[in-house]
Design a protein around this ligand. Structure first.
Ligand SMILES: Cc1cc2nc3c(=O)[nH]c(=O)nc-3n(C[C@H](O)[C@H](O)[C@H](O)COP(=O)(O)OP(=O)(O)OC[C@H]3O[C@@H](n4cnc5c(N)ncnc54)[C@H](O)[C@@H]3O)c2cc1C
Length: 371
């Protein structure tokens, strides 16, 4: 059994965990981050990075290196209903498309360059309060840390062990993601997709289509499990709404790596408990349709880092809970409400007609789901 010691232990090295590790290590603090995965790795996500990410990466001191990864750029969103009704939106600033394979490995590298230890392939199974800190263990190892931060994402077996209330509430939503490229005979599809994130909305779900780096097209869908039971996902979508079926016909898969997840929890969770602090999706996730989860994970990690570096230990948990509620709770509630409303045709169709005539309302809704 290997035993490590650290001042800060972070469980999970996705966007939230790796950013927090980088920000703490930058200030000379001793940080260990553990992740059950090995990087680079693929992940279910629309891979749309909202404009807010730019300021976060500038604050972290890695914006230039991020641009070296050549993410795609997006300035427009197009919402399309099953009947073909469309709403065009100008994004408030440039958004980016970058695969999770690239983004997550990049942030882990940034954390390591600043001196954080990131240990991969380490699935934390238990956390136990001991004198002077918390002991985290995984098969074959353990670590004793003065302060533990949980950045383990939307749903982890660790949550069940911690008896987090959200874990027992079943969510009927599932999601799928695959990478594609434009077919050689579909070059006429390029102008409509370039610099644009497409959101195809249908009864019970939505499907996002947008470019990532290297001309990769991300197709990511989240939908009610009943729509896909016993059926192949691209078959379901390809035989569904005409505009989405048309888009899918213009694409060919990069490989056969189709990722799927179930039980996507949109309920609010607790952000601090028994001395443990939660950040990113582990603290609560914003509805994926808002396209803001990664930026929020990164921003909330920077915000927690500043608190950890400046506050007294015994105040931290309540300070973090308050700060989190102030910054994110309203956005998360609104994002969920909008997503749940938009996937009902009785709402989508009249909403798209109305919003086409109310650009200010549309802009306000987009702004309210962002930082
Ligand atoms: C269908 C769907 C589409 C989405 N589309 C978008 C989008 O287009 N744009 C956007 O910004 N956001 C999107 N999101 C949200 C986005 O994916 C998340 O908000 C973001 O990944 C949160 O980052 P995180 O670091 O908190 O968690 P994660 O990215 O989930 O990282 C958590 C890490 O913790 C590790 N981990 C988990 N359990 C353990 C354990 N026990 N021990 C050690 N390590 C562990 C995992 O391996 C993982 O690497 C989408 C989400 C879904 C479900």
């Amino acid at each position: 059994m290997s035993t490590l010691d650290a001042e800060f232990l972070i469980v999970g090295a996705g966007p939230a965990g790796a950013t927090l590790a980088a920000a703490l290590a930058e200030r000379g603090r001793e940080v260990v981050a553990l992740d059950r995965d090995t990087f680079p790795r693929n992940k279910v996500c629309g891979e749309f990075l909202s404009p807010e990410v730019e300021d976060c990466l500038r604050r972290l001191g890695c914006l230039e290196r991020f641009h070296d990864l050549s993410p795609s750029t997006m300035t427009r969103a197009r919402l399309t209903s099953a009947s073909g009704r469309t709403l065009h939106l100008d994004l408030p600033a440039t958004a980016y498309g970058l695969t999770r394979r690239s983004l997550d490995a990049f942030l882990v590298d940034e954390a390591r360059h600043r001196g954080a230890v990131v240990r991969e392939g380490t699935d934390v199974r238990s956390l136990e309060k001991v004198n002077g800190g918390v002991r985290a263990s995984w098969p074959g190892g353990e670590i004793l840390a003065s302060r533990v931060i949980l950045a383990h994402g939307r749903r982890s077996r660790l949550d069940r062990r911690l008896n987090r209330p959200y874990f027992s509430r079943r969510s009927p939503y599932v999601a799928f993601k695959q990478h594609f490229r434009l077919r050689d005979d579909a070059s006429d599809a390029l102008p409509s997709l370039r610099h644009t994130v497409e959101l195809h909305i249908f009864e019970g779900g939505y499907c996002g289509v947008s470019f990532a780096e290297d001309q990769i097209v991300n197709v990511c869908t989240m939908l009610h499990e009943d729509l896909v039971k016993g059926r192949e996902i691209w078959d379901v979508l390809g035989r569904g709404a005409a505009p989405l079926a048309h888009r899918l016909r213009s694409l060919r898969p990069v490989d056969d790596e189709l990722l799927a997840i179930a039980q996507i929890p949109l309920a609010l969770k607790e952000r601090g408990r028994d001395g443990l602090l939660f950040v990113g999706d582990a603290a609560s996730m914003i509805a994926p349709l808002a396209g803001d989860g990664q930026a929020m994970a990164i921003e909330s990690a920077l915000s927690l880092a500043s608190l950890l570096l400046s506050s007294r230990d015994d105040d931290l948990e309540s300070l973090w809970r308050r700060r989190w509620r102030r910054r994110y709770e309203a956005r998360i509630r609104l994002g969920r409400l909008l997503q749940e409303a938009m996937i009902r045709p009785a709402v989508t169709e009249p909403a798209l007609i109305a919003l086409n005539h109310m650009p200010r309302v549309t802009d306000a809704l987009v702004r309210l789901t962002r930082g």
